[in-house]
Design a protein around this ligand. Structure first.
Ligand code: APR
Length: 243
């Protein structure tokens, strides 16, 4: 595939890109959904029924992400390098709520499923940077109400963030990369289909194993993200330099 160096690249990442940084995926054998049920911790109904339990689940994950051992891996670093050195536009859309892409140096980034290090007030809608535990009694720094703060993450049944902007970018991209995602959660799982329907972009899957949407991709590279992503980025940047 020959991509014009001015070409627009859209990248979707999932939990697999952070696996080698020490964060669990969701649907692998040792994944998060093998340990807890989605219905108990990741729906608005679960939060209404058991706010303490839901806050405790995200407090644990937030504390885990503060561990000094959790760092960006070569896949995160390669994607930041691609954004820096590619002559055209590069947009990174992540389903991950960790901040490893930012720590690696990515800037043009959409967290479509929200961010673990943010809290949102259901009373006044203010979004706050938040690194400590959230309690049911935590007070919103903007409106002063307690009881309304929740993790700024998208739960099952809620609309992911920035969907209109993402749709526009998918339609006009020249290259779409899907990295470290099982392709089992919509709308992200449908992005490859949107690119195919627009009839323009080349689609590439970089994943440990074939995803559910594997047949929709023009090209596949299977292996650990820390190996296949830097190798693929190197080949793209080499191609741009030769032109
Ligand atoms: N390198 C590359 N890919 C990997 C690696 C690795 N080291 N380890 C695992 N993978 C792959 C798995 O093979 C799997 O296909 O990453 C994928 C992870 O899939 P999921 O666990 O389903 O995670 P994801 O696709 O991000 O889930 C989507 O589901 O529960 C929700 O909100 C949650 O954002 C999440 C969404």
């Amino acid at each position: 595939m020959k991509l014009h160096p001015e070409g627009k690249i859209v990248i979707l990442t999932g939990a697999g890109v952070s696996r080698e940084s020490g964060l669990n995926t969701f649907r692998d054998a040792d994944g998060i959904w093998a340990q807890v049920r989605i219905e108990d911790v990741a729906t608005p109904e679960a939060f209404a029924r058991d706010p303490e339990g839901v806050q405790a689940f995200y407090n644990d994950r937030r504390a885990g992400l503060c561990d000094v051992a959790i760092k960006p891996n070569p896949a995160h670093l390669a994607l930041a390098e691609l954004e820096r050195d590619w002559p055209g536009d590069v947009l990174l859309v992540t389903q991950n709520i960790d901040d490893l892409h930012e720590r690696a140096g990515s800037h043009n980034l959409i967290h479509m499923h929200g961010e673990l290090f943010k809290a949102r007030c259901e009373a006044c809608s203010a979004v706050h940077a938040w690194r400590d535990d959230l309690q049911v009694s935590s007070r919103c720094p903007a409106c002063g109400q307690s009881g309304g703060l929740r993790p700024h993450v998208v739960w099952f049944g809620e609309m992911p963030f920035e969907m209109e902007r993402i749709a526009t970018e998918l339609e006009s991209c020249d290259l779409f990369l899907s990295i470290g995602t099982s392709g089992s959660v919509y709308p992200a799982a449908g992005f490859v289909q949107e690119v195919r329907m627009a009839g323009r972009g080349h689609t590439v899957e970089l994943n440990l194993e074939p995803s559910e949407g594997r047949d929709l991709f023009h090209e596949h590279h299977h292996g650990p993200a820390s190996e296949v992503v830097p190798a693929y980025v190197r080949s793209l940047l080499k191609g741009a330099a030769r032109r």
